[in-house]
Write a new protein. Structure first.
Length: 95
């Protein structure tokens, strides 16, 4: 999925993904180390609200038996510039 979304991130602009370029993945030790890298960043109320909003959406999808849900922080539902992320919740799939 990343190879599909990456070009979208790059064309949306500077406001999304901090304007970074995403070169193709390789299998070097540096790439492996990057998988667990935690970059320093600010802890904000906005970030906490976003995480809580997405967690509640996940919980709602799970407990209502939906297999997937479109996630977007609630504060941005009316903003078309902030994209939804579609998540497949394998644990919520019913047989």
């Amino acid at each position: 999925m990343v190879h599909i979304v990456r070009p979208v991130w790059e064309t949306v602009g500077e406001a999304n993904q901090m304007g970074r370029k995403f070169p193709p993945l390789t299998y070097s030790q540096q790439d492996a180390d990057g998988l667990i890298l935690v970059e320093a960043s600010a802890t904000t109320i906005r970030g906490a609200r976003n995480l809580l909003s997405v967690a509640l959406q996940y919980g709602n999808a799970f407990f209502t038996g939906n297999a997937g849900c479109a996630l977007k922080p609630a504060d941005y539902f009316g903003n078309d510039d902030i994209l939804y992320l579609m998540e497949d919740m394998a644990t919520a799939k019913s047989g």
